[in-house]
Design a binder for this molecule. Structure first.
Ligand code: NAP
Ligand code: ZN
Length: 353
């Protein structure tokens, strides 16, 4: 065991602050990684503040961060997939059993033994729960480590590990491509990746935003149209027209007005996880045989597939690089929907305290 530097929340109401955490020494199939960048996901904030208490209570101290890019500094004796010096990624999952039906079908995230990057029981017993990427290093089993295409900017590639896969997976599952009309609701970290990916897949992309100031950015990111969701006339002009709508919103909002925009048989997928439950009007779904579904990140193989897709299309997140000491201010700006469009922490800043 060794001590790593990290930023942690000590309670739901405490600001994140510098601390030392235990990390296990690399075992036979482990990869030790010096963390270079870590994206800031809204799930980090939900977890640090225990907003999902009823489903997934937070154990403190809580070290968030599951959009990790780093360099391999040490490998266990049986590691055959990576070597010291490789640039690698770690997303929301650090382990699974690789043998259950979910793992065998590529859905490692639903493995009964899945270990999430933070706030998940640490089966090695190094600490009560796993600690995430707001840290100078991490030790991860090699099967949970991803390859990063060499043409991608590292600060911008970090958010692919969660925001990228979380949007890529449902877009792909729903056959998004040429001839399809796709709505992306909420232009935040997930939403802006959804726009870039759906555009690269060849779909007609419509962004729904509550922020009029994001209109020009949405078009530059790849949207074909932008709808101010607070404007009833703009919403009505898209009635019954979408093949799919991907909802990336972090706070409670009306779902029914979006379901009404799907055409017959259309699908709305929720990836946003607001603290409070939504109200659903069954009429909106039954009229037109529409479906509402959810999607949670993606398995290891699909995450690698998404990274390779991003390498091929030169896609990274639009990031504002921050020092770890700015994390609490960054959370406040994220709550005000003021991030353009993902914070990426330069982990070298952790050396300063
Ligand atoms: P984010 O960067 O904060 O973006 C959320 C966006 O939602 C905002 O930029 C804003 O877009 C919109 N929004 C915020 N408050 C709103 C409100 N009251 N009414 C309507 N729209 C509002 O967050 P994120 O990191 O993209 O994460 C989004 C959600 O996905 C979070 O709940 C997160 O926990 C969840 N998540 C889920 C998964 C999964 O596997 N399913 C993975 C990662 C994250 P506009 O300014 O354009 O309106
Ligand atoms: Zn995330």
């Amino acid at each position: 065991m060794y001590k790593a530097k990290a930023f942690a929340a000590a309670s739901p109401t405490d600001a994140l602050a510098g601390t030392l955490i235990p990390r296990r020494n690399a075992m036979e199939t482990d990869v030790q990684i010096e963390i270079l960048f870590c994206g800031v996901c809204h799930s980090d904030l939900h977890t640090a503040r225990d907003e999902w208490h009823s489903i997934m209570p937070t154990t403190y101290p809580c070290v968030p961060g599951h959009e990790i890019i780093g360099r391999v500094t040490n490998i266990g004796a049986k590691v055959d997939k990576f070597k010291v010096g490789d640039v690698v990624g770690v997303g929301c999952l650090v382990d699974s059993d690789h043998s259950c039906p979910n793992c065998q079908h590529g859905f490692d995230q639903f493995c009964p033994d899945a270990v999430f990057t933070y706030n998940s029981v640490d089966k090695h017993g190094t600490a009560p729960v796993t600690y995430g990427g707001y840290s100078d290093s991490v030790v991860v089993e090699q099967n949970a480590v991803l390859r990063i295409p060499s043409n991608l900017d590292l600060a911008g590639a970090a958010p692919l590990l969660c925001a990228g896969i979380t949007t890529y997976s449902p877009l792909k599952r729903n056959g998004v491509g040429p001839g399809k009309k796709v709505g992306i609701v909420g232009l935040g970290g997930l939403g802006h990746m959804g726009v870039k990916l759906a555009h690269a897949m060849g779909a007609h992309v419509v962004v729904f935003t509550t922020s009029p100031s994001k209109r020009d950015d949405a078009l530059k990111l790849g949207a074909d149209e932008v709808v101010l969701s607070t404007d009833e006339n703009q919403m009505a002009s898209h009635m019954n027209s979408f093949d799919m709508i991907l909802d990336c919103v972090s706070a409670k909002h009306d779902l029914n007005s979006y379901i009404n925009l799907l055409h017959r048989g259309g699908n709305m997928t929720l990836v946003g996880v607001p603290e409070k439950p939504a109200e659903l009007n069954a009429f909106c779904l039954i009229y037109g045989n529409k479906s509402l579904s959810g999607s949670m990140i993606g398995g290891f193989a699909e995450t690698q597939e998404m990274l390779d897709f991003c390498g091929k299309h030169s896609i990274t997140a639009d990031v504002e690089v921050i020092a770890i000491q700015q994390i609490n201010e960054a959370y406040e700006r994220m709550l005000k929907s003021q991030v353009k469009y993902r914070f990426s922490i330069d982990m070298a800043s952790l050396k300063n305290g």
